[in-house]
Write a protein that binds this ligand. Structure first.
Ligand code: HEC
Ligand code: HEC
Length: 136
């Protein structure tokens, strides 16, 4: 076999490999739609996001639709999770930032410990109610 033929074959196989990899890739890639995250880490995994949402939902004793507006498509009963139409969603963002600040300022006793466990959470105040200030 002539050397240039070998090179052509090797290059051809290599090209096929690249095409194959490209075809498999999208499944592992992050979701295509752009997420609307302003306080949570932008690279948060689906699993971790789900955990945070469940935690907030349980702390306030509400359903997802307390913060998330319905889909603009009226034939769909789904929620539009990326929408900021409900003011509760933005309040939740402020609450999240506030909770982080309280922990950082008042609950970090050991300065050398970088990963201090957060001492307060939504549950500390809310205890299963969206209005912790009211008596039940
Ligand atoms: C207390 C309010 C609150 C509740 C309850 C809540 N969420 Fe969220 N959710 C938010 C906020 C705030 C964000 C945006 C976070 C940010 O800006 O980093 C968000 C973001 C999301 C996103 C990402 C949307 C995007 O693409 O930008 C999904 C998906 C989501 N929530 C699902 C849920 C589900 C499912 C539930 C019910 C189990 C739920 N949420 C309950 C406040 C809430
Ligand atoms: C230091 C106490 C405290 C912490 C911690 C806290 N909240 Fe709140 N939150 C309140 C108070 C007080 C209100 C006002 C309640 C009212 O309107 O009666 C409130 C109101 C809210 C509201 C608006 C409720 C409404 O009906 O409009 C949302 C949403 C909310 N909190 C989400 C959260 C989330 C999510 C967390 C955790 C990331 C959190 N909060 C942590 C004290 C707290």
């Amino acid at each position: 076999m002539l050397p240039y033929k070998k090179i052509t074959i090797v290059a051809g196989l290599f090209a096929l490999m690249i095409i194959g990899m490209a075809a498999v890739r999208p499944e592992q890639a992050p979701p295509k739609h752009k997420m609307n995250l302003k306080v949570l880490p932008k690279n948060i995994s689906h699993e971790e996001l789900g955990k945070v949402m469940d935690e907030w939902k349980n702390a306030l004793g509400v359903k997802c639709n307390f913060c998330h507006a319905p889909s603009a498509d009226s034939t769909s009963r789904r929620l539009d999770f990326a929408s900021d139409a409900k003011p509760e969603k933005d309040i939740a963002r402020h609450m999240f930032t506030m909770t982080g600040k309280i922990n950082k300022k008042y609950f970090k006793f050991d300065k050398d410990e970088k990963d201090a466990v957060p001492a307060i959470s939504c549950m500390t105040c809310h205890r299963g109610s969206p209005h912790p200030g009211e008596s039940k």
